[in-house]
Write a protein that binds this ligand. Structure first.
Ligand code: ADP
Length: 260
């Protein structure tokens, strides 16, 4: 290569290069810290169920052969915690996959139909009422699989954190299609709303332990929504319920006829 001995740049340009360089280094450092934080949180989250499994396995060895009740309790705990570890790993891989920027498959998606199908699947799986109120013609260009995954996370949360019916409303709103998922469940304290989409964040870990969540669902939802350029809004009141709204942009080349 050719060695550069002398570069002809003025003082202002040099200062500009310096600023750009500093900006890049800061971004790299922030990224690195986030990564470090993720690895540390992930290790902690995986270690907790593993510790429970280990202690129950030891109990099983000590007393399980002579006491059927102890054996059942230990095995149940081991099965539950293994399944929790499995959920954690699947979701961590999901986050890593989205980071890799796997390609999007963009099609013209019939949103009304997609909601109909997804809700009917949820209804079957959980035997809970999901009420759908929608306009009949709602189309957008998006990745159907990824949008479905996003919807599934929000619907699954609504189901997990409430006992009553869940109402899903979809309509055209300006240059977007809005989908709102409303539950009448435990709600989220206002001061916790800004952290909701952080990785591993769970409102009141103890209270929510029974739902067996991982705190990664909404982090995945956030990444999916960024990739699909979908805005997510949350409104919630403690003890009253929550509603999560998706705003899917409608592209200009979709005619009025498509979204009446
Ligand atoms: P998790 O696997 O714990 O459900 P999420 O990332 O999906 O993780 O959600 C983070 C936290 O936000 C949950 O642990 C729960 O405390 C709170 N949350 C999410 N959705 C709702 C909802 N519909 N109602 C009440 N709390 C919710």
């Amino acid at each position: 290569y050719e060695k550069i001995d002398k570069v002809d740049v003025g003082k202002d340009e040099l200062a500009e290069i310096g600023r750009t360089f500093n900006g890049m280094m800061e971004a790299l450092e922030t990224n690195y810290r986030k990564q470090e934080q993720f690895v540390s949180n992930a290790s902690h989250e995986l270690k907790t169920p593993l510790t429970v499994i280990e202690s129950y396995a030891k109990l099983l060895l000590r007393r399980g052969f002579t006491n059927e009740k102890v054996a059942t309790e230990a095995l149940e705990a081991i099965v539950n915690e293994s399944s929790r570890m499995n959920d954690l790993i699947v979701q961590m891989l999901e986050l890593a996959k989205n980071k890799e920027r796997t390609s999007l498959t963009i099609h013209k998606v019939d949103i009304a139909q997609l909601l109909e199908n997804t809700l009917s699947q949820m209804q079957h799986a959980y035997n809970r009422p999901f009420e759908l109120k929608r306009e009949s013609r709602l189309y957008a260009y998006t990745d159907e699989q990824k949008l479905k995954q996003l919807l599934y996370i929000l619907l699954d949360n609504a189901r997990k954190y409430s006992d009553d019916k869940i109402i899903v409303t979809s309509a055209k709103l300006g240059h977007s299609i809005s989908i709102t998922i409303q539950d009448f469940g435990e709600g989220i304290p206002k001061d916790q709303l800004p952290h909701l989409f952080d990785r591993f964040y769970r409102v009141n870990k103890d209270r929510n332990r029974k739902t067996g969540g991982t705190g990664l669902g909404l982090a995945i939802a956030k990444e999916l929504s960024e990739r699909l350029q979908i805005e997510i809004k949350v409104e919630s009141e403690l003890g009253v319920g929550s509603s999560f709204t998706l705003l899917i942009p409608i592209q200009n080349d979709l005619s009025e006829e498509d979204n009446r």
